[in-house]
Design a protein around this ligand. Structure first.
Ligand SMILES: [Zn+2]
Length: 70
């Protein structure tokens, strides 16, 4: 399943969310990232996981979301 986002410089198509919280290993769904992603002006966002840790999410070259520790 792919999803298209409008970003300031054009359109970004992401194929799948592969983001996984680096702290609790929970899979982070598109819908959780989406609202923040739409409002961002760079290629990464910060979201708060349900484990209360702040994590960074970015997209890799394949168009997948990946999460990392901040
Ligand atoms: Zn977590």
């Amino acid at each position: 399943m792919s999803k298209t986002f409008k970003i300031p410089n054009g359109i970004l198509t992401l194929s799948e969310s592969k983001a996984e919280c680096p702290y609790c290993e929970r899979k982070i769904s598109f819908s959780e990232i989406e609202d923040t992603w739409i409002n961002q002006e760079s290629n990464h966002v910060k979201i708060k996981c349900k484990c209360k840790n702040l994590i960074g999410v970015t997209s890799n070259i394949k168009g997948d979301f990946v999460a990392y520790k901040l």
